[in-house]
Design a protein around this ligand. Structure first.
Ligand SMILES: [Zn+2]
Ligand SMILES: [Zn+2]
Length: 288
């Protein structure tokens, strides 16, 4: 399992690359524009190409893009839905220009609390976003992220995510996968504490979504107890998931080719270097 972090590109791509390497990233995630705005200046293709060239030269990858938080593909609000489709299409184009392996998105919320209908709305919006981003790279996947289940956010269970996948046309479905956030899963109520618990979750993904559906894991420890629905990330090993959950994840044979990204919000010194170091230390224990 390759490990890395969500890295800021606010100082430009060369700085982001330098930072990612300095904290020990083997793979990385970035925002391709401000995550709190609908629009952003477009990605310069030459800068993106140089970024990719240097990234690959340093064996730093895969790269993931996290979409803006405003995107809401499950909503019943027509205006919000229309903006979300355009914004998602734009993120897919950005991801392609940046040679990303995946574009990670949240699924928005389901105000009517009718999950089957929300899944259909999300699937239609995703399909439309792909068709509005025709230039996006066919090997790049859109990755649907699970949520902690607070409020009416959509996609906290594997079943809800599977309902979206089932509702996609085959060509779009082939380009869609899943991002599993460990903190969100724990906060929702999943048990991730042991190798057997991980096996059970991965079995459920295989059964409901098909093998190979996981494109990336957001490896975040969690401040609050299982089932709390509270999405508060904690440093690896310091939260209620603890080292054993991450050791089990890192050593799961089925996850060996799935990259893990840590996401600690805010400008906390050393957060990325320490979290990556901890993940690498736990990964060392696997071979024994
Ligand atoms: Zn996310
Ligand atoms: Zn989170």
């Amino acid at each position: 399992m390759r490990v890395g972090a969500h890295v800021s590109v606010s100082g430009g791509y060369p700085k982001a690359l330098e930072y990612a390497l300095s904290v020990g990233c083997e793979c990385l995630q970035i925002f391709a524009k401000s995550p709190r705005q609908w629009k952003g200046s477009s990605v310069d293709p030459d800068r993106a190409a140089e970024f990719t060239r240097l990234r690959l030269e340093h064996d730093l990858g895969p790269l993931f893009i996290h979409t803006a938080y405003l995107i809401n593909v499950s909503t019943t609000d027509e205006l919000l839905r229309e903006k979300s489709i355009d914004a998602l299409a734009d993120e897919l184009v950005r991801g392609s220009v940046l040679s990303a392996a995946g574009v990670v998105t949240h699924l928005g919320n389901d105000p009517a609390e009718e999950p089957r209908a929300a899944a259909k709305r999300a699937a239609t919006a995703i399909t439309e976003a792909f068709s509005r981003s025709e230039s996006s790279h066919p090997d790049m996947r859109l990755l649907l992220e699970n949520t902690a289940g607070a409020g009416r956010t959509y996609g906290s269970t594997i079943e809800e995510i599977a309902w979206i996948l089932e509702s996609l046309p085959d060509d779009v479905r082939a380009r869609t996968g899943v991002c599993l956030d460990t903190c969100h899963a724990h906060a929702y109520g999943f048990d991730l504490s042991s190798a057997a618990a991980w096996e059970a979750i991965l079995d459920e993904f295989d059964d409901r979504c098909g093998p190979g559906i996981l494109g990336v894991i957001h490896a975040n420890d969690c401040k609050f107890e299982r089932g709390s629905n509270k999405d508060r990330h904690e440093w690896i090993g310091d939260g209620l998931l603890g080292e054993s959950a991450f050791e089990a994840m890192l050593c799961a044979p089925r996850l060996s080719t799935v990259p893990a990204i840590t996401e600690m919000p805010g400008e906390v010194p050393d957060k990325d270097s320490v979290n990556i170091e901890r993940l690498k230390m736990l990964r060392e224990r696997c071979s024994g």
